[in-house]
Design a binder for this molecule. Structure first.
Ligand SMILES: NC(=O)c1ccc[n+]([C@@H]2O[C@H](COP(=O)([O-])OP(=O)(O)OC[C@H]3O[C@@H](n4cnc5c(N)ncnc54)[C@H](OP(=O)(O)O)[C@@H]3O)[C@@H](O)[C@H]2O)c1
Length: 327
């Protein structure tokens, strides 16, 4: 496993880290045993950074992470997120009372006195026009409840606005072969300000592993079924906002580029790691085998310029029109 600097935190994080959504909920059933085995596997392979959120299974993901962390001697940095428990996503909800209560709940779930990295969980755009919210986060740092804070965003514009606040350490954003816009405008700004970037949904919800077919079925409690058209949350979080059939066609174009002996998931993750502004990718892993597959992306050779150009062409021809200006 290779490690990269996370913004100005001084932390070196595994370039392939772990996303804790799928072990919480919304992805069909994942047993506690599988979830813990996946987390242990990640740590065994050198993963030292885990992303989770208070809403992933109503605290289940945070509690599982905490239980595994207790049984490991390695230093593990845990990033969590708050804000999605608001009944309505309005900027007014990001007040002192709510933020403090959410942080207290996450501290309890994670059995710790201070959160390593607190992220606002895709708050409404208006929040980025309210410096007072970031002042409240500064207060939480001063009180010792939070070490560092950052944001998770839907749109490039929100990311650009977020990095104007000097104590924002990280921005979590969707970035993958099917979601390329962040690299253009945002990455140079993040680099200039030494803000860490967490690349989320790196496998486009599994689409970029190349395992799906036209007739692939998803259970009712899997967002790839119930949020296919953005019924419950931003449609961009499901298959990166790419139409499933269209995504399958694009995947077939990319498949011949997979290096010998590697998997398509590894190619997709290595593509993201070609961008040095990215601090880490955070693929969800539901089982140890997925974690092993994903972590090996760190050992893959740099992709050749022709491979990068070919993926770019597929994006331009098949994906760009659908997603580029939307997020
Ligand atoms: N708003 C936000 O802030 C937000 C939103 C989304 C995600 N995130 C974060 O980003 C992380 C990653 O995003 P994501 O979970 O949405 O999408 P993802 O990482 O692109 O896709 C993960 C899914 O792909 C499948 N998979 C993973 N590795 C695989 C492999 N090697 N081979 C085959 N299948 C594999 C698994 O599902 P199956 O086995 O069921 O196919 C897994 O749940 C999340 O865990 C979370 O921490 C944050």
């Amino acid at each position: 496993m290779k490690y990269r600097t996370l913004g100005r935190t001084g932390w070196k994080v595994s370039e392939v880290s772990f996303g804790g959504w799928a072990i919480g909920g919304d992805w069909g059933k994942v047993s506690d045993a599988d979830a813990c085995a996946a987390l242990h596997q990640a740590v065994d392979l050198g993963v030292n950074f885990i992303d989770t959120a208070d809403v992933y299974g109503k605290g289940r993901s945070e509690r599982l992470v905490s239980s595994v962390k207790k049984n490991r001697k390695e230093e593990i940095i845990v990033a969590t997120k708050v804000g999605r428990r608001l009944p309505w996503q309005v900027a007014e909800g990001y007040d002192r009372r709510n933020l403090t209560a959410w942080v207290e709940d996450s501290l309890r779930n994670l059995s710790t006195d201070a959160l390593d990295l607190l992220q606002l969980h895709c708050p409404p755009t208006e929040v980025y026009y309210r410096p007072a919210v970031f002042g409240l986060l500064d207060d939480l740092v001063k009180e010792g409840k939070v070490r560092y804070y950052g944001v998770s965003v839907e749109k490039v514009e929100e990311a650009l606005k977020a990095v104007e606040f000097p104590n924002v350490q990280t921005v979590q954003i969707i970035f993958n072969c099917f979601r390329q816009r962040p690299a253009g405008l945002f990455f140079p700004q993040a680099k200039r300000r030494q803000v860490g970037i967490l690349a989320r949904v790196p496998l486009a919800s599994g689409l970029l592993t190349g395992k799906f077919r036209r007739d692939s079925q998803f259970l009712n409690d899997d967002h790839r079924n119930f949020n296919r058209h953005g019924e419950r949350f931003d449609v961009g979080e499901t298959f990166s906002g790419v139409d499933f059939e269209n995504g399958l066609n694009a995947v077939e174009e990319i498949r011949p580029l997979v290096p010998a002996g590697a998997s398509m998931a590894q190619l997709a993750l290595r593509w993201i790691l070609m961008f040095d502004a990215v601090s880490c990718v955070i693929p969800s892993g539901k089982r140890p085998e997925q974690v092993v597959d994903n972590c090996h992306a760190s050992a893959l050779e740099a992709l050749a310029p022709e491979v990068m150009a070919s993926i770019q062409r597929t994006y331009d021809r098949r994906i760009r029109e659908q997603v580029h200006q939307r997020w």
